[in-house]
Write a protein that binds this ligand. Structure first.
Ligand code: PEP
Length: 267
């Protein structure tokens, strides 16, 4: 199905249009050969930029090849992490300046694998988002609860705390460029997907929290769902009123599956 863009009015009556976004997260997967074949397939079949946007986030080492291979297509490229520093003696790290200079438009920030595996705090995630925004990148900022937190009834407390750090750390003028990805940790890479109404409930909570700060931020901010999104569940999820696309891990490695998810989002 091809989903419409969402047009809503903010509090002062202006029409705000949120374009769906489907972003692929290859994580630490792929190769130069895989990237060349994937880009040829996706660039050849994606069509012009329409109601939605499409992006792919390969490992840093493949970014240059992917940017080159997708040149002239409507598919944007993103990175999977960013350092808070601009430049200097930070061996192994990659700055927003370098990511933007490489031709990227997006960067994933605060993925649960980084929060859990590399000790990234809510405050560090907000600083990383700020660094990305300062260089014209759109951060895709991940939030979400673990299975234990959901079972303890703490989903809103956890997501609310993660959002509070973002609202404290990102200036209001920058929010139109911010994308939030709600990724329940228990659904990432597990094959378990949040049911559409279950995901919508948390997406609505996120939008309400944003609205409590500023109705315009809430109206403009795109909120993606991530967690075992596949061609057979994408349309139902993206059709929910507060879900504006998907952050896709495993299924983004297969060009055919990724294209099918983009089609479900009208992208
Ligand atoms: C992710 O890593 O952001 C993700 C959503 O992974 P998967 O689609 O494989 O669950």
């Amino acid at each position: 199905m091809a989903r419409r863009r969402v047009a809503i009015c903010d509090l002062i009556g202006r029409t705000v249009v949120r374009r769906n976004l489907v972003a692929g997260n290859w994580k630490m997967n792929g190769s130069r050969a895989m990237a060349a074949a994937w880009c040829a397939d996706v660039a050849g079949n994606i069509g012009p930029a329409g109601a939605g946007e499409v992006a792919v986030c390969p490992p840093h080492i493949l970014i240059a090849a992917v940017v080159g291979a997708l040149a002239g297509s409507s598919v944007r490229v993103g990175a999977q992490d960013v350092d808070v520093n601009d430049n200097g003696a930070f061996t192994g790290q990659t700055s927003a300046r370098l990511i933007a200079d490489s031709g990227c438009r997006y960067v994933i920030v605060g993925h649960s694998e980084r929060r859990a595996g590399y000790g990234e705090s809510d405050q560090l995630v907000a600083r990383k988002a700020g660094a990305a925004l300062a260089f014209g990148l759109r951060p895709i900022i991940c939030v979400g609860e673990t299975r234990a937190q959901r079972e303890a009834g703490d989903t809103e407390a956890v997501v609310g705390r993660q959002l509070a750090a973002l609202l404290a750390g990102i200036v209001p003028e920058a929010w139109p460029e911010v994308v939030i990805a709600y990724e329940p940790v228990w659904a990432i890479g597990t094959g378990l997907t949040a049911a559409p109404d279950q995901a919508q409930q948390v997406h609505r909570f996120i939008r309400q929290r944003l609205a409590a700060r500023d109705a315009r931020i809430a109206a403009q901010c795109r909120i993606l769902y991530g967690g075992s999104m596949k061609p057979d569940n994408a349309a139902q999820l993206i059709d929910q009123p507060d879900i504006d696309g998907g952050l896709v891990g495993g299924a983004s490695l297969d060009a055919g599956d990724f294209l099918a998810i983009c089609a479900a989002a009208g992208s």
